[in-house]
Design a protein around this ligand. Structure first.
Ligand SMILES: Cc1cc2nc3c(=O)[nH]c(=O)nc-3n(C[C@H](O)[C@H](O)[C@H](O)COP(=O)(O)OP(=O)(O)OC[C@H]3O[C@@H](n4cnc5c(N)ncnc54)[C@H](O)[C@@H]3O)c2cc1C
Length: 433
């Protein structure tokens, strides 16, 4: 008798081989998006002198503007003497000589000082998502399927989430309790998140480079100082969206997933700064500290499904556990009447997947337990749900200062009042795909 394993998978391979993925190329999978938003150059240098050249004490990041706009960042690496300068660049390739790099560092700091260059690494800022994430036995994860601007620090996080999503599904299929369509849900769940994160990261870049500068900002006068203070306040407000964006990494949810049982409740706003813990199906199950031993509810998840039965009136789970066992679906029951846990989890029954996302919740078990298990374990063929795409449209095009830090300042050819367009992607959802 053939099993789901025979039908679906033999020697699975997961290409986690980065942006230039050979596995992706071999699979013939194409990418959509902007393959070269900026040609940026990172310079790591060491200097014991730098910290004595400013009055800000310990810092993480300076963002540098010149008369033509934002052109570079300076980041503290070890809190002592190692730093990184990123010359943001433009959409035109640019290599810098040693002299130009030295000049850029001195220009950014505002004086000559002693430093030692440790490395110079040019890299290309891309905003791209793969059109497919694999099929049958060959899959892709990480930068192989999405390339983000580092503005926001979402790239590695997005890749790790891919791995978490794919790993339990592969495990389930290899062990036989995962259905023939379980792995199809990998792309359906993760690709929309990659698009969401690419769009957010591109928006962050745009917010960082867009503010225009006026000549007064560079005047050594009281008016110049006041203008700089006002500009700093405005810019800080603009940058808050990037700095307070933990929800990008914590608040993603698998909307329209074929292996999540939607309960009809409306989707909460996906604001990068406001994390709403919810047990709504598709979301990451909430964290609550367990009063019994101080662990987090998140520590309950990772091996098989966990059914939380919450409150004194929670329905008996015996029938569900028996139905799961009959299908070799691993499920553990966690019962609690801890008040904040009951409140935060919103329903007396919450079924959490091995990756910590809610598969189903309810006040009572459905009549057809087999149907519930077939859905969440991928035995049902996914329907044609909405398919989001990256698009570069009118709404996604932003005006930015022309030079965009094409260089270190001495070679710019464009005038300060010139404008150029940086195309930042937007997500478009195509309901017919
Ligand atoms: C300047 C910058 C700053 C960043 N900052 C952040 C941040 O703060 N937070 C964050 O979350 N992300 C950040 N990122 C993004 C993050 O670095 C990437 O998303 C992450 O490294 C991708 O991991 P990956 O394993 O998918 O790919 P990679 O890190 O590219 O790893 C792929 C690996 O596969 C190997 N490989 C490739 N081909 C083969 C082959 N044929 N055989 C064997 N091995 C192969 C490569 O050598 C490499 O080791 C930043 C990126 C940049 C450029």
């Amino acid at each position: 008798m053939r099993s789901a394993l025979d039908d679906v998978i033999h020697d699975p391979i997961v290409g986690c081989d980065g942006a230039g993925s050979t596995v992706r190329t071999q699979l013939g999978i194409t990418l959509s998006g902007n393959p070269a938003l900026t040609y940026t150059t990172n310079i790591i240098f060491r200097s014991a002198a730098l910290k004595h050249l400013h009055d800000k004490g310990q810092f993480y990041r300076f963002i540098a503007f010149d008369e033509r706009g934002m052109w570079a960042t300076l980041v503290a690496i070890n809190g002592r003497d190692d730093y990184r300068v990123s010359i943001v660049g433009s959409d035109q390739p640019r290599r810098y000589s040693a002299d130009e790099i030295g000049a850029a560092i001195r220009k950014l700091v505002g004086s000559d000082f002693a430093f030692e260059i440790l490395s110079v690494v040019p890299w290309v800022r891309r905003l791209m998502v793969a059109d497919r994430y694999g099929s049958e036995r060959a899959w892709l994860a990480g930068d192989a399927v999405h390339m983000l601007s580092p503005t926001g620090a979402f790239g590695m996080n997005t890749g790790i989430q891919d791995a978490v999503d794919l790993a339990w599904k592969l495990d389930a299929v290899l062990k036989g309790w995962g259905g023939p369509h379980l792995l199809e849900s990998y792309e359906l769940e993760r690709r929309p998140i990659a698009i969401r994160n690419v769009v957010e990261a591109g928006g962050n870049l745009n917010r960082m480079v867009t503010p225009r500068v006026e000549p007064i900002l560079f005047e050594a006068s009281v008016e110049g100082a006041q203008a700089r203070a006002a500009f700093g306040r405005k810019y800080t407000a603009i940058m808050r969206r990037e700095w307070f964006s933990s929800v990008i990494n914590l608040g993603y949810r698998y909307e329209n997933s074929p292996i999540v049982v939607a309960d009809g409740t409306p989707q909460p706003a996906d604001d990068p700064a406001i994390h709403i813990q919810t047990s709504r199906p598709g979301h990451r199950a909430p964290h609550v500290s367990l009063s019994a031993d101080g662990r987090s509810t998140l520590d309950l998840f990772g091996n098989g499904f966990v059914l939380l039965t919450l409150g004194d009136e929670a329905p008996d789970a015996t029938g569900f556990v028996a139905a799961a066992k009959a299908r070799n679906v691993p499920v553990a029951v966690f019962a609690s009447s801890q008040p904040d846990l009951v409140l935060t989890y919103e329903r007396p029954l919450v079924l959490v997947r091995p990756d910590g996302h809610v598969a189903w919740r309810g006040n009572a078990f459905p009549h057809d337990l087999a149907d519930l298990l077939a859905t969440i374990c991928g035995f049902k063929r996914p329907g044609n749900g909405p398919r989001p795409e990256l698009a570069f449209g009118q709404k996604g095009v932003f005006l930015t200062p022309a030079r965009q830090a094409h260089d270190t300042g001495d070679h710019a050819t464009s005038r300060p009042d010139e404008q150029t367009e940086i195309a930042v992607p937007i997500a478009i959802t195509n309901a017919e795909a």
